[in-house]
Write a protein that binds this ligand. Sequence first.
Ligand code: C2E
Ligand code: CA
Ligand code: CA
Length: 666
Amino acid sequence: MADRDFAHSLIYSTETLIFSILALLLLAYYRGIGRTYVKFWLFSFSALAVNQLSLALDSVFNQQEVGSLIDITIALTRQVSNYLHLLFLMLGIYSATKQKKISPRVISIGVIAAITIGTVATLLYGFDSNSVFNRFYLRESLAAFIFGCGFIAAACYLFSLKVEHFSGKILLAFCVLVGIRFVAFSFASIVSLTNDWFRHLTEWLIYVDVGIHTTLGFIILIWMQGAERHIADTAINRAKYLDKHDALTGVLNREQVLEKLTNEIKTANENGQKLCVYLLDIKRFKFVNDTYGLKVGDLILGETARRLHHSLLKPKVVGRLSGDSFLYVIDYANEQQKLTAVDHIHALIARPYQVEQQEVYLQCSVGYCDFPSDADNADDLIKKSNLAILQARSHNIHSVKYEYGMQSQGRHLLVMEKEIRRAIANEELILYFQPQLNLKNNRLEGAEVLVRWQHPDKGLLAPGQFFDDIEALNLFSELDNYVLEKTCQTIAKWYKTYKRRVPLAINITAVEFQAKKFVSNIQNLLMKYEIPPIYLELEITENVVITDIELVMKTIIDLQNMGIKVSIDDFGTGYSSLAYLRKLPIDKIKIDRSFIQEVASNDSDLTIVKTMIELSHGLGKRVLAEGVETQQQLQLLRNIGCDAVQGYFISKPKSEAEFTKYLKRK
Ligand code: C2E
Ligand code: CA
Ligand code: CA
């Protein structure tokens, strides 16, 4: 081997080593927190390492005959890895700046294109020892041209984004320079391939490229560090914002609505003003969610909030109470203004919503009442508007004003009330159990009790199919007490049969925590069934506004003093956000499924989940992630310190028979 070849192979081997180490670093980083762009750069630098290895081998085997197996194999590896390096580098830049998922189709098309170009460049003229020039044009000039265009395109893209951080600017400058280097080389090679100066230049460029690659490695590392800081900042800002606002729509959340309304009442009282409190529900919103998907549903809710917020009547309060239910408050001087506002609200919602190139038309029901003539405090005003809206819904009328002694049940509700009470009396409501896995010791930590209705005619019904009626009929208390007693019975029964107790978590509506006898009732049940309190956990599920947070806090403290654990359900959704985390003395938060769904594919969700875990741990609370459906999600959650998980990946909710079988297997 000539000295020069030896020197080259040494350089390329060193580069191979450096980029392999860099790829390993990226791999470790990706395993830890799994950002998508890191994955792309991991692929890119792995391809670069392979590329440098093939260059090293090329220098070693450069005596090989053109078209021999070794020659072709090395050339093919070199070409394909080179294009893959560029492809993944660009995908990484896009993904790091856009925080958007790149569709697998686009990636596959890119990979196929890279392999095809690489293969054609290798095989065409690859076996003909006379076609030296053509071979060079295809393998070197073309590659340089494509690289040049890629880098210049990346530079334009970064420029159009107006990147602000330091590493973004360096990357931009880098892309411009490298882009020029490659394009210039490709033209020079076509014009002056045989000139002496060009041969010297090529020799020089080997060293220049070492510098370029190393700089790229550094830039990427600096970028990652900067990007992480940036993502963390956004997450913290978002967390602060969540504390005050409904996460989905950006308007006030329930707690804030109550606070604001209370203040407005005070001011109105002092100034002798009158307020009108409107509650509105979007009709058939479930249908929208089912037809267009949850994302679209969320967009529509956001748009609704925006319309209400910016409405001409300058509302005093706008907020979202739950799902598709909004509150809108104005002050008024005469009756006509009140009616105008009703029409105005209907008109706002009736304006078409633009969804995926089609228009969705929606309507709403409105229930309303007055301050001070109907009620003099925020709670009662909301309750009375709620009664009015129930009437509107059940009679299918657009708007209903609250009237004294209003009948809240429509015919359907009357029928359902009988059916539900019968179901409770006949024990048609049965319990399903979903295992919860402790990630610290990989053991079953307990199970969540989920109710099902074994309906004599309609078959097995999930909560979603009958909870609306339970809510409208105000039967949550009956349901919760029934489930509570059934659960205690079950724990006792299993102990008798299997000599084993499993901690069970029950969903309890937040309002139950305000009931006077709640704590003593639980105490009696524990005594009656001889159950140590540590086997019972209560999940606060907030589907009706908590009106008296002080009372709820007191109840939780009482329960905890008894040794019963309390956790907060659906954490992160509009209902239960950071405001509660600080205030309620709970043991555990359950991160809502919606965050976990995207945790492996969406960087900002991942950061939010990480932040939630850190905040909760900081406050001494444990964290369980709900709705874990894949191995990847599980691994990520484990890496970022989540304490426990629950979801279809571990197990779907099981009937009692299935669950006891599952326990025996464990
Ligand atoms: P939840 O408390 O958030 O319960 C978890 C729900 O998510 C359950 O639905 C469960 O089947 C479902 N789930 C669990 N893992 C996964 C997963 O990996 N992927 C997906 N897509 N879903 C998963 P379910 O049983 O239909 O219950 C719905 C809601 O009804 C519960 O939400 C809870 O708020 C309420 N609920 C259920 N049982 C009771 C009860 O006894 N009392 C009260 N007050 N509420 C209950
Ligand atoms: Ca729950
Ligand atoms: Ca939940």
